[in-house]
Design a protein around this ligand. Structure first.
Ligand SMILES: NC(=O)c1ccc[n+]([C@@H]2O[C@H](COP(=O)([O-])OP(=O)(O)OC[C@H]3O[C@@H](n4cnc5c(N)ncnc54)[C@H](O)[C@@H]3O)[C@@H](O)[C@H]2O)c1
Length: 270
């Protein structure tokens, strides 16, 4: 696929950790689609070094930033505009982390300091990114900002733990900031609610393999892949979706509207 849908556009892509990351696929496809962008991740994630390969492949500059630090974000937006030669047209927030999930704390017995970190890294960081962009006036009119979410924001998936609360916050920020940024600069802000996908963050959730199989069986089209998610992101960054804003967009093969599927019922047949 090489539609030059993003020709002339500039962007910032958060969250490419390795070649399984959804953000990694978005960067590859944005490059194919003609965009110029900077890549960013938490300084600690840089240690793995893989992001430099992606930068080389896509002709991008890497600018480290902890998405919970306003200073890092100020620097990221300032430097990105310098490197790219102007305001940006798109931003991808592809960030998630829960110390409670990592350390296997049950939802009914959370460590509340870690809970704050989950909400800060996975939810509030989206507000911080948007606030810095808004204050610097760093996004062009009709620009498009996306964050990645999961249906646990609406329904209970027990092992998703406190990440569910962070995703609810994330989706709410897209609506609230989407209103204000829309009025001021016609910038659109949405979340994409993606199928479970095999990545470093995804695999941290307990029982993930069984869960992927369940979701595959419950989705008429099957689980959406990371590549397909990246295609959807490119469409959302393009001018073909200019009036879509403040939405949580399901990209899940139909999972969210399926009560039960024949395959799942079959497993209960006596
Ligand atoms: N994998 C799935 O099943 C799935 C499903 C729906 C939504 N999502 C969401 O997609 C997004 C991307 O996740 P992924 O599955 O590609 O996994 P991933 O592990 O490749 O990406 C998560 C990224 O968050 C970054 N990050 C963590 N803390 C950070 C911080 N303080 N500052 C900046 N970056 C930080 C990590 O370094 C990593 O690059 C996340 O928001 C995730 O919740 C994933």
């Amino acid at each position: 696929m090489s539609h030059k849908l993003l020709e002339g556009k500039r962007g910032i892509i958060f969250g490419a950790l390795n070649d399984m990351s959804i953000a990694w696929k978005v960067a590859e496809k944005a490059h194919e689609a003609g965009a110029k962008f900077t890549l960013t991740n938490a300084p600690i994630a840089m240690r793995m070094g893989a992001i430099n390969d992606l930068a080389e492949k896509t002709g991008s500059t890497v600018i480290p930033a902890d998405a919970t630090s306003m200073d890092d974000l100020q620097n990221l937006f300032t430097q990105s505009q310098e490197v790219l030669g102007g305001k940006v047209d798109f931003v991808l927030h592809s960030i998630g982390m829960s110390p409670n999930v990592r350390k296997k704390k049950h939802y009914t017995g959370l460590n509340h300091e870690w809970y704050k970190q989950t909400l800060d890294v996975s939810g509030m960081s989206f507000h911080k990114v948007l606030q810095v962009a808004y204050e610097q006036d760093a996004i062009n009119d009709w620009g498009s900002v996306l964050a990645l979410s999961y249906i646990a924001a609406q329904r209970i998936f027990p092992d998703y733990n406190d990440m569910a609360d962070a995703k609810s916050l994330l989706e709410s920020i897209a609506r609230s900031f989407g209103y204000h940024y829309g009025v001021k600069k016609k910038v659109r802000i949405n979340t994409i609610s993606q199928s479970p996908t095999v990545t470093t963050a995804g695999s941290g959730v307990k029982g993930f393999d069984e869960f992927i199989a369940y979701s595959e069986n419950m989705s008429p089209l099957g689980n959406a892949s990371a590549e397909a998610c990246a295609d959807y992101c490119i469409a959302m960054f393009s001018d073909l979706t200019k009036y879509v804003t403040m939405q949580n967009l399901y990209h899940d093969g139909g999972f969210s509207n399926t009560g039960v599927s024949a395959e799942v019922i079959e497993k209960f047949a006596k």
